[in-house]
Design a protein. Structure first.
Lengths: 324, 256
């Protein structure tokens, strides 16, 4: 167990190192730098430009800059964000919880809804309920997240005015509101972005879960369960689902990075000030330390998520671990 | 002796490319109280489909099945659940017929809970008694099916079927997957259980050698029909149908 844990930790560190290095190298090839807009005007004297760049170390060769950045990283320093005039750690500290909230809610909602849909489809296999959800989930898989987001924004937000179309909270002195009102306000703003993400998750989960359930439904022990006198719903929930949910959980772990990728678009569309929007703005501003920190964090998140889902899948399917 | 199960003109069809395949073709059979009726035939002769149709595990196309006078094919809801308590089944492959995610105690218990046959503590005691009755130990209740050998798993499947105290048991190739020594042990167990509990068996097998010791009567199936039905001794002495003769000829004999 300990050896496995150490191996996974080393693996995670290796992945992060490779990602950090390649992003750093790729950024060297991208045109411009953090000061391009501010300092590269025709009326700025070359000496001023040089001084500005020298202040942040941009006159150094890339190799040395990389060495300095990694050195700081090992000491736990993420650097200074020139575009936000704050320490990168503070920017990330504000943005990360918001993204975790968005992705977490979307993941839980989407997973529950997807499994629920698959259960209904399995119960009514080849009847209209199965076909209807089959078409809907195919649409959910095929439709890009930004389209779902824009449609939700247009209809649920702008036309029917059920939900706010942007931001994380209502205007006003939030600190003065009672706690539950702040929570309701946050969830109200969360509804559309989390809903759009959850729809994509639910569609994928439902399609995989349905296939897994139908595969298990052919097993002899399902026939045994029916012969015992269990009702069909109980047969599905108590005997089929526990045997069919493991692979779907593992799949969710693999899908998480793409979910984080989807969150970048969703955050941009709904103005949700999380890691996605931060990364997007940082890219436009060529804010190197912030870009690197955001990418590194996303990588770390993906690695952690995969490890956790693997552990959960092993727990859910104990025979995989026990059978020699 | 009266009939516990009366099957009349039973037809089972499966949808196939361009129409229907008739797996069971107008079968009529009686199973008497307390007897063991063996149902033998080559693969694909329809014996498993017949056994499953009787238990309402596959739908019947036409015909009738009466269990203790009740029309089985018309049962629904609570009445069907009640029938499932009285008529149980043991399948061929004990690796596949036990839920791998459930410990043995829960597998055996579930039937008792479904039919609300006992209180919690009583159910636990009953599970332990059943496991001991089929030759396992009460401590095995906490283990999972994959920790047992094939013969032990079939004993678990038998304990599971007996948990709801049925009167009638369909043994669907219940010993076919076991090696000869274990097969003999399980057959002995089935015989002892029948004597102790007054059970009625429908014993499905593809092999006449297996049924010689256990069967009261033998019905031979071929291409969905029952071609011969006779007391065991009579069938072994003077097989009338070609199918029975072929099955008899297939029993390996050691030449002296």
């Amino acid at each position: 167990m300990t050896r496995q844990l150490v191996a996974r930790l080393l693996h995670a560190i290796a992945v992060c190192a490779v990602v950090a290095t390649s992003v750093f190298v790729l950024l060297q090839f991208a045109p411009g730098d953090p000061f391009a807009t501010a300092l590269d005007g025709a009326d700025v004297p070359p000496s001023v430009r040089a001084e500005g760049r020298a202040r942040y170390g941009f006159d150094l060769p890339p190799g040395e800059r990389f060495a300095r950045w990694t050195g700081a990283l090992v000491r736990g320093e993420l650097g200074y964000s020139a575009s936000r005039h704050r320490a990168v750690a503070d920017v990330v500290g504000d943005a990360l919880p918001r993204t975790l909230l968005l992705v977490g809610v979307a993941l839980v909602l989407g997973f529950a809804a997807g499994v629920g849909i698959a259960l209904v489809q399995t119960r009514h296999h080849r009847r209209w309920q199965d076909r209807l959800f089959g078409v809907l989930t195919l649409g959910g898989v095929a439709m890009p997240e930004f389209l779902v987001a824009l449609l939700a924004m247009t209809w649920l937000g702008a036309r029917w005015r059920l939900f706010p179309v942007a931001g994380i909270g209502s205007l006003g002195d939030a600190a003065a509101w009672p706690v539950w009102e702040r929570i309701v306000d946050l969830l109200w703003h969360l509804a559309l972005p989390a809903g759009a993400l959850a729809l994509a998750v639910a569609s994928r989960v439902a399609r995989h879960q349905r296939a897994a359930l139908l595969g298990v439904m052919r097993e002899d022990y399902i026939r045994t369960a029916r012969a015992k006198g269990l009702g069909e719903w109980n047969v599905i929930v108590r005997h089929a689902l526990p045997n069919a949910i493991g692979p779907v959980i593992a799949l969710l772990g693999l899908a998480l990075p793409s979910l984080v990728g989807g969150a970048v678009l969703i955050e941009r569309i709904f103005g949700w000030p999380g890691m996605g929007l931060t990364l997007f703005d940082a890219l436009l501003a060529r804010d190197y330390p912030l870009i690197l920190a955001a990418v590194l964090l996303a990588t770390l998140l993906a690695v952690v998520a995969r490890t956790v889902t693997e552990a959960v899948a092993e727990f859910v399917v104990p025979r995989r671990a026990r059978e020699p | 002796m009266s009939a516990l199960l009366e099957i009349r003109d039973l037809v089972v069809e499966y949808a196939s490319r361009g129409g229907h395949t008739r797996a069971v073709d107008a079968v009529s059979l009686d199973v008497m109280h307390g007897e063991t009726l063996a149902l033998v035939g080559e693969s694909g002769s329809g014996k498993t489909s017949l056994g499953r149709a009787i238990l309402r595990l596959v739908p019947a196309a036409s015909g009738s099945v009466r269990f203790d006078g009740e029309d089985v094919l018309a049962l629904g809801g609570d009445a069907l659940r009640h029938f499932r308590r009285r008529a149980q089944v043991v399948f061929q492959d004990p690796k596949a017929s036990l839920d791998p995610r459930m410990c043995v105690g829960d597998v055996v218990r579930e039937g008792i809970d479904i039919h609300a046959l006992a209180t919690r503590q009583e159910a636990n005691r009953r599970v332990q008694r059943l496991l001991e009755e089929v030759g396992l130990s009460a401590a095995d209740a906490g283990r999972f099916p994959h920790e047992f050998s094939g013969g032990e798993r079939q004993r678990i499947a038998i304990a599971r079927a007996l948990a709801v105290e049925p009167e009638f048991l369909v043994l669907d190739e219940a010993v076919s997957a076991l090696d000869v020594l274990v097969r003999r042990q399980v057959l002995d167990l089935l015989g002892a259980l029948q004597a102790a509990r007054g059970l009625t068996y429908l014993f499905i097998a593809h092999d006449l050698a297996v049924v010689e010791r256990i069967a009261t009567r033998v019905a031979v199936m071929q291409q969905g029909r029952v071609v011969e039905c006779a007391p065991t001794a009579a069938l072994f002495a003077t097989p009338a149908s070609g199918a029975a003769q072929a099955l008899l000829a297939a029993i390996p004999r050691i030449p002296w």
